[in-house]
Design a binder for this molecule. Structure first.
Ligand SMILES: Cc1cc2nc3c(=O)[nH]c(=O)nc-3n(C[C@H](O)[C@H](O)[C@H](O)COP(=O)(O)O)c2cc1C
Length: 447
């Protein structure tokens, strides 16, 4: 196995060979023109391939230990991947199968990270100097990928390791057509945030990375020739060099962690099909906790606009988090703003009259495109996605649902939120609210 950071290929990506053509900014972020009409009916997007052409990897299967019910498993428990419980917990609580919804007509399988219509295009691969192992979330197993004899054995204790995130766009494209790369990039960022958070809860040293040369080097020995795109990596347990610009890892500040992260993740929920929460105030601790979680995000090249409607002890208003601090921009009901921003094709995306708070995550697109060209799309979605996942986790901690919803107008958001014209772009809208009682329910999945 040679696919480590030290054998990285050059990081030059031109607009023509990037999986993220520059047109995606206009077709899938600034508008939603890339979404096919067939999405409304749930029918396959025109030109997409047969759903059966997505087989599970065929290599040797290695069962993982049962994931512990708490994170960390016990006070003072060992913090190394050599401990089978730690590896199992890291994979399970980052991207494992956590909930089953048996409601007829519902989406049955729910994993640790939200995914547009539960398509779960991301893949997590553990890469060590000896072998590469794919995480099979549905069976809670590792699958040896590279055919070497090492891949038939569990990861060697004490070896350095990377978790590599790749994405199979076709899974999402079956419904979303050319809009899929945008959703896949968003999810990859959320998954990067999830791995970083769970690793911190397990006491592991984790350094998220976006550097393309390192990423391609890590994938060199096992990535299929087509259909799977390298997105990001997290280095576990050893120092790595830092890389400037978007998706630059943050190194200072205290770690934000709920005391029982495992229960919080098992309760994470995106809400009912139509996001129409109970119009009740959220707990007062929501905003300080959001501030602390955002200040501890793995990257700091973002701003987060919080439009607060119903939070105990806080007047409605517009708050902005950047550079590790949250400040009030104006007092007043944000509803008119929300209903203008969160509207596409003449429809308002969620019931903002009942939400507790809605977050808009913005990045510096102009600067990043000038520096990284087509690859800016991937990098900026990693930053924003990691933040979005944290917001979902904070919501779950306070008993709320958090809905990532792409039904917003990016140009109107930039204007109404006071972003720098032609520079900053909103990549995520996340609405938070209290779930209404409903007939649907989810049962926990226990391996
Ligand atoms: C990147 C992304 C985009 C999404 N976009 C929408 C959207 O536009 N509209 C919507 O109703 N839900 C959207 N969702 C919510 C998902 O459909 C939801 O997360 C999924 O049903 C899984 O539910 P769970 O998170 O409760 O497991 C999005 C989720 C993600 C991760």
């Amino acid at each position: 196995m040679t696919g480590t950071a030290s054998t990285a290929r050059p990081a030059e990506v031109t607009a023509s060979d990037s999986p993220f053509p520059m047109a995606l900014w206009s077709e899938a972020v600034c508008s939603r023109r890339a979404i096919p009409d067939t999405l409304a009916s749930g029918a396959p997007a025109p030109g997409t391939t047969d759903p059966d052409q997505d087989p599970l990897p065929a290599g040797p299967r290695l069962p993982l230990a049962p994931p512990p019910l708490r994170l960390p498993p016990a006070p003072g428990s060992p913090a190394g991947l050599a401990d089978p419980a730690v590896l199992a917990a890291l994979l399970h609580y980052s991207y494992g199968l956590l909930q089953h919804d048996p409601t007829p007509g519902g989406r049955p399988l729910h994993r640790a990270v939200a995914s547009a219509r539960c398509r779960y295009p991301s893949e997590l691969t553990l890469v060590t100097p000896e072998a590469a192992y794919r995480f099979d979330a549905l069976h809670h197993q590792l699958v040896g990928l590279d055919g070497s004899s090492a891949a038939r054995r569990p990861p060697a204790p004490g070896s350095s390791a990377f978790l590599v995130i790749t994405s199979r766009f076709a899974r999402t494209a079956r419904l979303y057509g050319d809009y899929a790369p945008r959703l896949c990039a968003q999810e990859a960022g959320m998954l990067l945030g999830a791995v970083h958070l769970v690793a911190a809860a397990l006491g592991l040293r984790a350094r998220p990375g976006a550097d393309l040369g390192t990423l391609l080097g890590l994938c060199a020995d096992w990535l299929p020739g087509t259909g799977e795109h390298p997105m990001a990596y997290v280095e576990l347990g050893s120092e790595s060099r830092s890389v400037g610009g978007p998706a630059t890892p943050r190194t200072d500040g205290p770690a934000w962690l709920p005391p029982d992260l495992a229960s919080v993740l098992r309760a994470r929920h995106s809400g009912a099909a139509i996001f129409d929460p109970d119009p009740v105030p959220a707990p007062a601790q929501l905003l300080p906790d959001l501030g602390a979680a955002l200040a501890d995000a793995p990257f700091d090249d973002f701003s987060c606009h919080l439009l607060v409607g119903r939070v105990t002890g806080t007047e409605p208003g517009h708050h902005v988090h950047n550079g590790g601090r949250t400040r009030l921009v104006y007092d007043g009901d944000p509803l008119p703003l929300l209903e203008q921003i969160g509207q596409t094709e003449g429809r308002v995306s969620v019931n903002f009259r009942a939400t507790a708070c809605t977050a808009y995550i913005a990045v510096r697109r102009g600067e990043a495109v000038a520096k990284y060209g087509a690859d800016a799309f991937r990098r900026l979605h990693l930053t924003a996605g990691a933040v979005a996942h944290r917001i979902c986790v904070v919501a779950a901690r306070h008993g709320l649902c958090a809905r990532v919803h792409n039904g917003y107008d990016a140009a109107r958001a930039a204007h109404l939120l006071g972003l720098s014209p032609d520079e900053e772009t909103v990549l995520f809208q996340v609405a938070l609210g209290t779930a209404r009682p409903s007939a649907s329910f989810r049962v926990p999945v226990v391996f």
